[in-house]
Design a protein. Structure first.
Length: 180
């Protein structure tokens, strides 16, 4: 008998649904038990959010890049908090038909979930103009290479290179000596 092992993405979808249902259950308890329980749940949620941010902040402090796969609202929130450190890239499918075909080829989601994902895409795509860069993902390897090129270019921006003023001053001083 063959069985299909669930994929991490499928598990993630199930986990997200369980978290949502747990939130509804918590809201139900809060409504029954009053504002004290609700405040307690808000405090727990804030603590969880703080803990989930710590690894990201540590990676950034260590000079590492952090890649997020988030919706446009999440991008806006991150940009509001740390715009100078954010490079936003919107990834578009080559066409609506190809997006649908890709979702179907993954064979991980029901028709209902695929339809919901397509509706979500229709709500997300109008926000493409809010991003620094836009990639049209016709080919995964090519898109990944372009993403790496974007990150390389961003790291080379003059305003991010604190060593340039000293380096250029030394270069000019050295040129004056060499030219005479």
């Amino acid at each position: 008998m063959a069985t299909k092992k669930s994929s991490p993405k499928h598990d993630l979808g199930e986990s997200a649904q369980k978290v949502w249902l747990a939130g509804l259950g918590a809201l139900s308890i809060a409504e029954r038990e009053g504002s004290k329980v609700f405040r307690s749940l808000v405090d727990l949620g804030e603590e969880y959010l703080k803990q989930s941010r710590e690894p990201v902040e540590q990676a950034l402090a260590a000079g590492r890049d952090v890649l997020f796969d988030i919706d446009w609202q999440g991008t806006q929130q991150i940009c509001q908090k740390m715009r100078s450190d954010v490079v936003s890239v919107f990834v578009l499918p080559p066409s609506a038909a190809e997006l649908k075909a890709r979702l179907e080829r993954r064979a991980e989601d029901s028709g209902e979930i695929i339809a919901r994902r397509l509706r979500n895409a229709a709500e997300e795509i109008p926000h493409w103009t809010e991003y620094d860069y836009v990639l049209i993902n016709c080919d995964l390897d090519e898109s990944f290479a372009r993403l790496r090129a974007i990150l390389t270019a961003e790291r080379l921006k003059r305003i991010l290179r604190s060593d340039l003023e000293t380096r250029v001053a030394k270069l000019l001083a050295d040129l004056k000596q060499v030219a005479h």
